[in-house]
Design a protein around this ligand. Structure first.
Ligand SMILES: [Zn+2]
Length: 181
């Protein structure tokens, strides 16, 4: 994966010395010092859940114009709709009132360079095969379509009429919508 996009980095975690976690904790000290309780309810204001890849180049709130409290964000390697993502979406909809689902994959995803052979290699190394699939893919558009389909056909979700899928271009910052058909 390349990181050629130039994005201004926040000064939040830029502290000299210590481990990276020490830097994060120091940044939190500054964050908390300026923090005021927004008095929000746990239910997302925009009634939307966003499922996206964990890729470090994807700043969901900035890319989608989201503010604190607007949405649920559910992220994993690939933005894959796994059973655990369905678990989170089910709770998001049935306990916390969301109705829309936005799925976001992206260009240059690390999962495009892996195969299910990764599981076999793990088994050879540690003597145990993981129960989970790698969920690698070759065609990002097709993978978004499959993700849309997994959400649409879940028996647990209360709302499946507003599910849309996109590919985020890490070079331009632009979303491209995927036709689910
Ligand atoms: Zn990715």
């Amino acid at each position: 994966m390349t990181t050629s996009a130039s994005v201004p980095s926040g000064s939040g975690a830029a502290v000299e010395g210590g481990s990276v976690t020490d830097r994060l904790v120091a940044a939190n000290d500054r964050y908390a010092a300026a923090f005021t309780d927004p008095g929000m309810d746990a239910r997302p204001v925009l009634k939307v859940a966003v499922v996206a890849c964990m890729d470090a180049r994807l700043d969901l709130h900035a890319a989608l114009g989201l503010n604190l409290g607007d949405c649920h964000t559910i992220r994993n390697a690939g933005g894959v709709v796994t059973d655990d993502v369905i678990r989170s979406l089910t709770i998001s909809q049935r306990a916390l009132g969301t109705r829309s689902v936005v799925l976001i994959h992206h260009t240059g995803c690390g999962l495009e360079s892996l195969t299910e052979e990764f599981r076999h290699e793990l088994e050879m190394e540690v003597g145990q095969r993981p129960v989970w699939a790698v969920e690698s893919f070759r065609d990002v558009d097709q993978d978004v379509r499959q993700s849309i389909q997994r959400v649409r056909t879940s028996p647990f979700l209360a709302h499946t009429d507003d599910i849309r899928g996109f590919v985020f271009d890490v070079k331009t910052g632009r979303l491209r919508e995927i036709d689910p058909a």
